[in-house]
Design a protein around this ligand. Structure first.
Ligand code: SAM
Length: 487
């Protein structure tokens, strides 16, 4: 560890004072900082427009206030993220009911700053280009409140599966793609209101958190990573609408992947840098000869010896030039073009609508009326235009149901991503029974209700579906997700 840290810290010596470097180096031997972000609750209830009495459709549309039972998890708030909390080292949140049900996402605190800077707004179309495992995508989904659309992309096949699972666990609907950014740029030019490039990087900011990051580092790595980042950013600009926002972030601290990358972006693309005002106590950029003072002033760095967070870099840009090509203005279109997919046999749509008639009490959103069938799963339609070239898509939208031997079984993603109050039939379980359900146990619970029920915990947290038959509930929690949890 010493060798890597010494070689790396020496590379920063030309830009910072001796004392700064000494304090920074010492901080790399201190314990890492951990955090969790609240996903299924609001710290305080967001104000809702008066008179909107409709039953919400999506879980993120209307979130309940954090119940007292859960406040013990959350003691110290992260100053730059209302939903973020520091976790003491000894707290193991991963094997708990709150984590399994997507109430929290375990996230390093400085990483929480990125989506605060992106500031997704309901109604916007957002692309998270390097999205796995999903820390920022889940936060974006929360801020969209079930309106607008998220495309979460990840190039690596194994990591994209984890991304899709995390989005589903956290109740976020999205299109999940596994694509090179150049394919996405050819498929959907200039359609996104905001794009996040949370770039693959040399990971120097993660040195004290991850032995792997230290082992993989070598002095040539930052320049290699910078080449890959340029390729990704080049495509990101093509995907962004004029006037759209681009957030570039890394968890590394060298200037090649950070200030110099912003300098390169501003010199090559119609972008302007915007100030970042909502990251209290974060540092300015490195003051390097050749770097414009506005870059130093506008970008932000998290140094682990100055803040309670690991090393991070964030910049916010806006696309300024009018486009050469016709840009796609989705805000004009009142209702997106719905595909009546050929691959979707008529009877599967009927089965799905029958299921809704029996179990659903909110209005049926347009995007659910003609689901897309991929394999044996039905998905909601996304509002995106048909891609101009084929895109490898793991999840076109929210997974609604499985089709098995002519029968329809509701999907776990529907239980997690739809609003619990929209189901006509549901049953709330106390903690111990909720844990038994998540272990996959058969449940000797009698209820007058029959057929598919949504099971909840604390009246607000969806657990999954069960089928009520006389004298018991058949447990439909997916086998692959069943866990023995501590509490
Ligand atoms: C820093 S991580 C992203 C972390 C993620 N945003 C989160 O918050 O959980 C960078 C990701 O970019 C992916 N990646 C690597 N090369 C890529 C490329 N050429 N295009 C898109 N993504 C790439 C990596 O597999 C990795 O998952």
């Amino acid at each position: 560890m010493d060798d890597v840290i010494q070689t790396f810290t020496k590379t920063l010596a030309p830009y910072v004072s001796e004392n700064f470097l000494k304090d920074f180096t010492q901080s790399l031997y201190m314990p890492r900082i951990r955090g969790a972000r609240l996903q299924r609750f609001e710290i305080e209830t967001a104000e809702k427009p008066l008179g909107n009495q409709q039953i919400p459709i999506y879980a993120m549309e209307k979130l309940p206030t954090l119940p007292d039972e859960l406040t013990t998890w959350l003691q110290n708030q992260v100053p730059w993220c209302k939903d973020g909390f520091y976790l003491p080292e000894e707290v193991k949140i991963g094997q708990t009911l709150v984590h399994q049900t997507g109430c929290f996402y375990v996230q390093e605190p400085s990483a929480m700053g990125v989506v605060e800077v992106l500031q997704p707004k309901p109604g916007e179309w957002i692309l998270d280009l390097c999205a796995a495992p999903g820390g920022k995508s889940t936060a974006i989904g929360k801020k969209l409140h079930g309106s607008g659309w998220l495309v979460a992309n990840e190039i690596h096949p194994e990591r994209v599966t984890v991304l899709a699972e995390n989005l589903e666990r956290c109740g976020v609907q999205a299109t999940v793609t596994q694509s090179d950014p150049s394919i996405l740029a050819a498929a959907w030019p200039e359609i996104f209101d905001a794009i996040l490039v949370d770039a693959p990087c040399s990971g120097e900011g993660m040195f004290r958190k991850s032995a792997e990051a230290r082992q993989e580092w070598n002095p040539e790595l930052p320049a290699k990573c910078a080449e890959r980042q340029k390729n990704i950013l080049h495509e990101a600009v093509k995907l962004l609408k004029p006037g759209g926002r681009l957030v570039y972030s890394t968890c590394t601290l060298n200037p090649i992947e950070n200030e110099w990358m912003i300098d390169w972006l501003l010199k090559h693309f119609p972008l302007r840098l915007l100030p970042i005002n909502n990251l209290p106590n974060w540092s300015l950029g490195l003051d390097i000869p050749g770097i414009h003072p506005d870059i130093v002033k506008h970008v932000r760095r998290c140094w682990p010896h100055l803040l309670a967070g690991e090393g991070h870099f964030i910049a916010l840009l806006e696309k300024v030039a009018p486009s050469q090509t016709t840009s796609f203005n989705h805000s004009i279109k009142k209702s997106p073009q719905r595909e009546k997919t050929k691959s979707n046999p008529k009877d599967s749509t009927h089965l799905w609508l029958d299921f809704l008639n029996e179990t659903w009490q909110a209005s049926i959103p347009d995007e659910w009326r003609f689901p897309i069938q991929q394999g044996n799963v039905l998905f909601s339609q996304s509002p995106l235009p048909k891609p101009l070239v084929p895109v490898k898509t793991l999840r076109p939208g929210l997974a609604l149901a499985h089709l098995r031997e002519g029968k329809l079984i509701p999907h776990q993603a529907l239980a997690s991503g739809a609003h619990p109050s929209a189901f006509a039939k549901s049953l709330d379980l106390p903690g111990q029974e909720a844990l038994a359900y998540l272990r996959g146990e058969a449940m000797a619970i009698s209820t007058n209700q029959r057929g598919y029920l949504l099971l909840t915990w604390l009246d607000t947290v969806p657990l999954g579906f069960a089928k009520a038959v006389p004298g018991r509930l058949n447990n439909l929690y997916p086998k692959g997700l069943r866990r023995v949890l501590n509490s």
